[in-house]
Design a protein around this ligand. Structure first.
Ligand SMILES: NC(=O)c1ccc[n+]([C@@H]2O[C@H](COP(=O)([O-])OP(=O)(O)OC[C@H]3O[C@@H](n4cnc5c(N)ncnc54)[C@H](OP(=O)(O)O)[C@@H]3O)[C@@H](O)[C@H]2O)c1
Length: 402
């Protein structure tokens, strides 16, 4: 999420003669974009809550306060922005990326905070699909506040994709990450793979890991590479209780006692088959049904959802990633492509349920960024000649508009 919007507290906003009640009013766009950029700052620390950003303008349309939800249990974005705005919020406008909540959880209802501050208009990007928290729009309107829903909805949904998927699909949002050569190889013919991508790309993977609640790998990867599967971020950025859960998909409970994935650096869950003989060194174990391709990944995600895991990073290897794709359980693909060729060796993705070209899984490129000498490509399901494919997008938001 870029931060190119120069809005700062006290900055005057240019006005134009358009009807200010039109949710598509172009004057709303920069403020909502700023609120979305603020929301993105909470990525990786708010789970199981959504990321939310808020910008408050005073009655003269100057920015008076900004805020974002920084961590679960901490103050909500609206409260932070209203605190900064103080008296200036009276008669002003609040831009919020997600419908203000109308219930008391760990903090009080944000709809009431906006009412108490005397805000005259609230602009919302995305209606809250969570029935427990929804109702903020009705509450504000009941009390005479003008509420407009639907400004930059798509952008705001993107930044909150993980949380929205978890609420709507009742499973975590799944990102499959891989590193490969330009010809799609993730290891050489003799199995060596360290390293295909640059230190810069590998550092970026740690950032990606830190944004997720769980990192998933198959037993093949654990036995071949003995990965630690932790997010190496500075301590102060992520307290231990926020470290991603490590998950090994291991039907036969073969994870060795000495495996680094069982180290004390972060918690580890091992998914095994219902009939597996579990050795005593595996402490946190979930038993799942078998399918023709291995363990039932829908059941795995249901268990992770039960544990309040909102976002999952699938790190491979190719067999497990292929199964996630085959099952339509991938919401985002992040590929690190090295400008290198191997010509032989294992492919980044294993069998994914494609027998013929008409079954191809097409994706849409969302972002391409050079990372050191490599390319990072971010893709989502869909794309032209969409296959009806293996990857799944969240269902559309329930419309609560006006
Ligand atoms: N370049 C990259 O980004 C990257 C990332 C990770 C790994 N790798 C490479 O991948 C290689 C290992 O590949 P791999 O395919 O053997 O390992 P994998 O995908 O990590 O693990 C596969 C194993 O997971 C278990 N499994 C359980 N349920 C499954 C399901 N539903 N679908 C698929 N597998 C399931 C199966 O073993 P059980 O039957 O025993 O449960 C299966 O053999 C290593 O050489 C590693 O270096 C590369």
């Amino acid at each position: 999420m870029s931060e190119q919007i120069p809005a700062r507290a006290g900055e005057a906003i240019p006005t134009d003669p358009r009807d200010p009640t039109d949710p598509a009013d172009p004057r709303d766009v920069p403020h909502m974009r700023r609120a979305i950029a603020l929301a993105a700052r909470g990525l990786g620390t708010t789970s199981p809550n959504p990321v939310v950003g808020c910008v408050v303008l005073d009655a003269a349309a100057a920015v008076a306060g900004e805020g974002f939800h920084a961590y679960a249990g901490g103050p909500h974005a609206e409260v932070v922005a209203l605190r900064e705005a103080g008296e200036r919020a009276k008669g002003g406008t609040a831009y919020v990326t997600l419908e203000p909540c109308n219930h008391t959880g760990r903090t009080g209802p944000c709809a009431e905070a906006l009412l108490d501050a005397g805000v005259a208009r609230v602009v919302i990007a995305v209606a809250d699909p969570n029935p427990m928290a929804a109702g903020g729009v009705e509450r504000l309107r009941e009390r005479g506040v003008q509420v407009d829903v639907g400004v930059l909805t798509e952008e705001a949904e993107r930044v909150n994709a993980a949380w929205l998927t978890s609420v709507r699909a009742r499973r975590p949002y799944v990102t499959w990450k891989f590193a490969a050569t330009l010809d799609g190889r993730s290891a050489a013919e003799d199995g060596t793979s360290k390293w295909i991508t640059s230190p810069e790309a590998r550092a970026d993977v740690h950032r990606l890991r830190a944004e997720c609640d769980a990192i998933v790998a198959g037993i093949g990867t654990v036995l071949a590479d003995d990965p630690l599967l932790t997010a190496r971020t500075p301590e102060e950025e992520k307290p231990r209780e926020r470290l991603p859960l490590r998950v090994v998909v291991d039907s036969g409970a073969r994870t060795p006692a000495a495996a680094r994935v069982l180290s004390g650096h972060a918690p580890t869950l091992v998914a095994v088959a219902l009939d597996a003989d579990v050795p005593p060194h595996l402490h946190d174990v979930v038993r799942l049904p078998r399918t023709p391709y291995g363990l039932d990944l829908h059941a795995l995600l249901a268990e992770l959802h039960r544990r309040q895991v909102v976002s999952v990073l699938v790190e491979g290897g190719p067999s497990l990633a292929g199964s996630f794709v085959r099952e339509g359980l991938v919401d985002r693909v992040v590929g690190y492509l090295a400008p290198a060729l191997l010509g032989a060796g294992s492919a980044a993705l294993g069998p994914a349920g494609v027998a013929t070209i008409s079954e191809i899984h097409r994706l849409e490129i969302e972002d391409v960024t050079p990372i050191g000498p490599d390319l990072r490509v971010v893709l989502r399901p869909g794309g032209r000649q969409g296959s009806g494919g293996a990857t799944a997008s969240p269902r559309p938001a329930p419309s609560k508009e006006n």
